[in-house]
Design a protein around this ligand. Sequence first.
Ligand SMILES: Cc1ncc(COP(=O)(O)O)c(C=O)c1O
Length: 338
Amino acid sequence: MNFRSDNEAPVNPKILQAIVDANNGCEESYGYDSYTLKLQEQMQQLFGCWCDVIPLTTGTAANSLAMALMTPPYGSLFCSENAHMMSDECGAPEFFSAGAKLIGVSGENGKIDIEVLEKTLAGTGVHGEHECLPSAISITQSTEAGTLYSLDEIKQIDEIKQKYGLYLHMDGSRIANAVATMDCSIADLTWKSGVDLLSFGATKNGAMIAEALIIFNPKIGKEIKRMRKRAGHLISKMRFVSAQLLAYLEDDLWLQLANHANQMAQDVYLQLQNTHEFIYPVQANEVFLRLRGDEIEQLQKQGFEFHVWPGSTDIIRLVFSHATKQTDVTKLIAALKI
Ligand SMILES: Cc1ncc(COP(=O)(O)O)c(C=O)c1O
C-alpha cells in the first residue's frame, strides 16, 4: 500500500492509450508534429489567453528553464526555503541560468512569508554591484507541504513583484491538485494573478513523462527554443509527450484525477483530525502526521509505505495519487485509529 509518492503511481490508462494511438506512422520531429501544434491551441483555450507551451519531460527542466529565462547570470530568485528548486534539483536552476542565485525565504506551512519577502527585498540594493540583481520570485502551488497560496496571497506577491520590477514563476508540479481544491480557474491562479511563467506538471497526476513550461509573458520567452535545445531538452519525438498532455486535458481528466487524490487526503484528515496531530493544513494530496516511533514501525510492518520526513523521527508524509485505492485508505485510517 503505497503512500510514498505520487511519482510512484502508475500511468492513467487513458494517457497510456493516447501514447499508443500517437504511435501511428511518422510525424514531424522536434515539436512540429500535429500533437504539439494542437497542444498549443488546447492550452491557450484552457488558459483563455495567448501562451507559449514548451513540452518537457521533467519538472526540474521546467523550473530550471524558467529560472534561466527570468534571471541573468548575475541575478537572484526568491523562493521558499523549502522549495523543490532550492533543495531537490541539485543546483540545476543555478546551472541553467549560468550561475544566478536562489535566495530562500522563510515562512509557515511551506510557503513564503509575504512580509519576510518584502523585508528581504527592501534590504537589497545596499551593496550595489557587489550583490546579485533581484530578478524573480518563485512560488509552488500546491506546496511541498501540501498547502496552498490563496488568490489573495498570490496577488500580494504580485504587488511585490511589480514594486521591485521582478518576474513571477509558479512551480505547478501539482497545480492540478491546487485547482481541484480552489474555487477558481487555472487562469485566475496564474496569469490573471501576475504569474509570468508556469511549470505545469502532469507526471505526478497520471501522465507517464509529461510536463510543460507555459510562458504567459512574451517578453521573457523569446529565446526559449534555443535555450531548451542547448539544455538538452528538445525532444525529437515530442508528439509522445504532447499526446499525453492532450489526453490529460481532454474532458478535464487532469481535474478528475486530482480531485480523487485530494479526496483521499481529505478522508484521512476528516477521520483523524480529532485524534492526531497534522503538521500542515491538508489542502491538496499530501498529509504530514506526527506519530510515535512504535506507531510508525507498526504501520510499516503492516505494509504501509511512506516517507519518515528527513530530519525528523516522528513525522511521516503520506501522498495520495490519482490511483490511490479507497480500500487502502480505509485500511490506513483503521490502522492509524488503533
Ligand atoms: C514541487 C516540485 N517541483 C518540481 C519537482 C521536479 O520534478 P522532476 O522530478 O520531474 O524533475 C518535484 C518533484 O518531486 C516537486 O515535488
